[in-house]
Design a binder for this molecule. Structure first.
Ligand SMILES: [Zn+2]
Length: 266
């Protein structure tokens, strides 16, 4: 239809541009008029639930019992306060981590929708689930700190998905969020395909608390906010930078975490 409008005799490229602008405006109006689509299966949504009922039922919420430190779900309940093998063998720089859901086909679509398709409307729903999963952490938090993007990536993507989640959680739990207290001072290559050791080395020295923001962090109980936790290398590097700036306590709250398939007990 674009070609039709601009190719009509007697109309120059100017009219074509005008036509295209009009079409874009019409499409935008249609987007608003149509019911929103489920970010996972693209079916129209009837209610403002964020996900359709079918995808909602397939979403894998992380519930207790889980490792008191890493939040990795246990297949059976070993009793309160028990730690996973991972937490004992390789303790992180932060204190506790919690995640709302497992990272799987459904949650990946939500994460990618928020990150790449500008589905900012998903942030309040995802933030609600995170606030529920992290209520214990948020109850005694002083400040929420989203994992920052390097300024170049933030510039091309226009917003930081972790900051959008931190703002959504802040609105619910009344703990203030700060975007300026932690900076990514080094652009790091994408971590896909890297081993756990390579990821840790990749993140070394990538984050810093600027001197003028040390007072925002020093002596504070911080909850770091991110969308996905994979190896934990990113949040670990953030936690180290916050500890260097004098943070009193650091917890981590993410939307989704990668959970290895359950192993048979030894
Ligand atoms: Zn769906």
């Amino acid at each position: 239809m674009n070609e039709l409008l601009s190719a009509r005799p007697g109309q120059g490229p100017r009219a074509g541009r005008f036509g295209r602008g009009l079409l874009a405006a019409l499409r935008l109006a249609l987007d608003f008029a149509l019911p929103p689509l489920c970010p996972s299966c693209r079916e129209p949504l009837n209610e403002r639930m964020g996900l359709c009922a079918s995808c909602w039922s397939k979403l894998s919420l992380i519930e207790p019992p889980y490792c008191a430190r890493l939040g990795i779900p246990f297949v059976y309940d070993p009793g309160p306060g028990l730690l996973s093998m991972e937490a004992i063998a390789n303790p992180p720089a932060y204190d506790r981590a919690r995640a709302a859901v497992r990272y799987d086909d459904i949650s990946r679509k939500l994460v990618q929708g928020l990150k790449y398709s500008d589905r900012l409307d998903l942030a309040p729903m995802m933030g609600r689930w995170m606030a529920r999963a992290g209520r214990e952490l948020l109850a005694d938090a002083d400040v929420l700190v989203p994992v920052p993007l390097h300024w170049r990536r933030q510039w091309t993507r226009r917003f930081n998905q972790s900051a959008a989640l931190a703002d959504a959680i802040s609105a619910l739990c009344r703990v203030p969020a700060t975007q300026s207290a932690l900076q990514r001072v080094r652009a790091t290559p994408q971590q896909v395909g890297m081993s756990k050791t390579e990821r840790a080395a990749n993140m070394q020295g990538a984050f810093r608390v600027p001197a003028e923001h040390r007072t925002d962090i020093s002596g504070r109980r911080v909850v770091l906010i991110d969308d996905v936790l994979t190896s934990g290398a990113t949040v670990d590097a953030c936690a180290r930078a916050l500890l260097r700036a004098g943070a009193a306590h650091i917890d981590v709250l993410v939307f989704a975490r990668v959970v290895a398939p359950a192993r048979a007990p030894i």
